[in-house]
Design a protein around this ligand. Structure first.
Ligand code: AMP
Ligand code: ZN
Length: 111
């Protein structure tokens, strides 16, 4: 499948890993939008939030259950934002669901 994040998962595209377990991977975003910008992805190809269901939502729950620990490990435990872009109007560019974990400055109001 032609999915950048599946290729990161299988190791054919390198990434700067922050955290990994059997259900998820977190790595630094290649084009950071904040001083600290990590991308958290499930180890299952789910294209977007539109494809979530009772069965695969466990991946999202798992990612959120680890987010605080990951934030602490990259030094943004004072505050961070978790963002999911779903669909073209939101600017989703990679169609493997992911959660941006951003911090390292006062983030200001959301758009
Ligand atoms: P989105 O626009 O919400 O779909 O976010 C996709 C994110 O993936 C963007 O912030 C990109 O900078 C990031 N990205 C794309 N390719 C890579 C890569 N090879 N390694 C790390 N981050 C990437
Ligand atoms: Zn994928």
């Amino acid at each position: 499948m032609d999915c950048i994040f599946c290729k990161i998962l299988d190791g054919s595209i390198p990434s700067k890993k922050v955290y990994e377990d059997d259900m998820m991977l977190a790595f630094y975003d290649i084009q950071p939008a904040a001083p600290v910008h990590v991308v958290m992805i499930p180890k299952a190809h789910i294209a977007s939030a539109n494809e979530l269901n009772e069965e695969n939502a466990k991946y999202v729950a798992h990612i959120f259950s680890k987010a605080g620990e990951i934030a602490k490990s990259v030094g943004i435990e004072n505050g961070y934002r978790i963002v999911n872009n779903c669909g073209s109007d939101a600017g989703q560019t990679v169609f493997h669901i992911h959660f941006h974990l951003m911090g390292g400055k006062t983030l200001g109001k959301m758009a």
